[in-house]
Design a protein around this ligand. Structure first.
Ligand code: ADP
Ligand code: MG
Length: 378
């Protein structure tokens, strides 16, 4: 009985989390790295939920669900993400995105370093730990892929499979929808991972593959999206015949810098265009979902097609917007913050009718009472 109550409580908690809003936006400000010189008056400053940027003589303000300043470490970022992982274990699909200009710390946040592991390795560890302490039994599988100029590349593929980067030699995997509406990527390697050590081994393999196969490592990786997918199967107890599948996507998006500023030409220009197209397609999808439109334009890019079953009703998205603190990048900073503001604002009071808002508040109160009641019973 206690086990049942436990589950009831967890489910109510994750429902509250979902109702509170399907898109959460955090902002992380990168500290100055060694090669940069900090000036006395830098344009960016921040509070816990607000970023201020001095731009063109005026002060601009941006609100977020949470702001991580230069001092925030990997641990403190992960702590804020933990509730989302709870909802994945309870059967909801979740996407975590790192957005921002190249060099703002997207890869640092997602992958991190050996000394300062990022969200992905911490999440893997956390999921296995949670699975051990939970009453239900879980199995996990993992895939990694890269989206480069509309082509998909399998990062966990065995050696003999397509590894080339050239756009002409299309390493294209097909995206299909199965009868249940789940997105399947034909031929994508999916490895069963039974513990953290194995998962970490595969994850490192995917990362190495990504960084060694490009012609110019950093440049190429900044113009592709890197996606890590964890499939979580919850088997429940003997009374539940079917296992439940939920998906967690962790996405290191390509650099969002505008093309005019970079003065890109030729291939670089094409790559930049591809990135910009898919980023705006992603923004359009999020906007349509939040406005609860009937038509959601998933088909406009490979990125949104892949994420179709994990971006929608009952799913949760977390956007981590990255910015640099320095003066010379202030235009890009403003443009990233505007993107994030748009993503977040669509959900705000203007869009959500009072009726819907009241309904949600009522649901939340009911669920909170249910949580309290089950806790008492436990
Ligand atoms: P991006 O993936 O957005 O292009 P990177 O993650 O490669 O950016 O970060 C660029 C550089 O800044 C790297 O050398 C990285 O180690 C450093 N860096 C980024 N964020 C932080 C941070 N929060 N703390 C310390 N160093 C950081
Ligand atoms: Mg990167």
């Amino acid at each position: 009985k206690q086990r049942m109550l436990d589950r009831k409580r967890r489910e109510a908690l994750s429902k509250i989390f979902i109702i509170k809003g399907s898109v959460t936006v955090f902002c992380r400000i990168r500290p100055f790295v060694l090669a940069e010189k900090k000036k006395i008056s830098e344009p960016v400053s921040a509070g816990s939920e607000r970023v201020r940027v001095k731009y063109g003589g005026t002060m601009k303000y941006f609100e977020f669900d949470k702001v991580f300043t230069e001092e925030a470490n990997q641990e403190s970022v992960f702590v804020e993400i933990e509730p989302i992982l709870r909802s994945v274990m309870n059967g909801h699909n979740v996407c975590v995105f790192a957005y921002g200009q190249t060099g703002t710390g997207k890869t640092f946040t997602m992958d991190g370093t050996n000394e300062h592991p990022g969200i992905i390795p911490r999440t893997l560890e956390h999921l296995f730990h949670q699975a051990c302490t939970d009453n239900s039994s879980y199995t996990f599988s993992m895939s990694m892929l890269e989206v480069y100029m509309g082509n998909l590349r399998d990062l966990l593929a065995p050696r003999q499979k397509c590894r080339a980067y050239e756009p002409m030699k299309k390493c294209n995997l097909n995206i299909q929808t199965d009868p249940k509406g789940l997105i399947e990527i034909e031929g994508l390697t999916e490895v069963k991972v039974s513990d953290y050590a194995i998962a970490k081994w595969w994850y490192n393999k995917g990362r190495r593959f990504r960084s060694t196969s490009g012609t110019n490592v950093n440049e190429a990786s900044s113009r592709s999206h890197c996606l890590t997918r964890i499939n979580i199967f919850r088997h429940g107890d003997a009374s539940e015949a079917k296992s439940q599948l939920s998906r967690l996507w962790m996405v290191d998006l390509g650099g969002s810098e505008r093309l005019l500023k970079t003065g890109a030409k030729g291939l670089t220009l094409d790559e930049g265009r591809a990135i910009n197209l898919s980023l705006s397609a992603l923004a359009d999808v999020i906007a349509a979902l939040k406005r609860r439109k009937c038509h959601v334009p998933y088909r406009n890019s490979k990125l949104t097609q892949i994420l179709k079953d994990s971006l929608g009703d009952g799913s949760k998205a977390l956007m981590l917007v990255h910015i640099k603190p320095s003066e010379e990048d202030v235009c890009e900073t403003i443009s990233s913050l505007n993107f994030a503001k748009r993503t977040r604002a669509i959900m705000s009071n203007k869009e959500v009718s009072m009726e819907l808002k009241k309904q949600r508040e009522k649901q939340i109160t009911e669920l909170e009472e249910e949580v309290k009641e089950t806790e008492k019973q436990i």
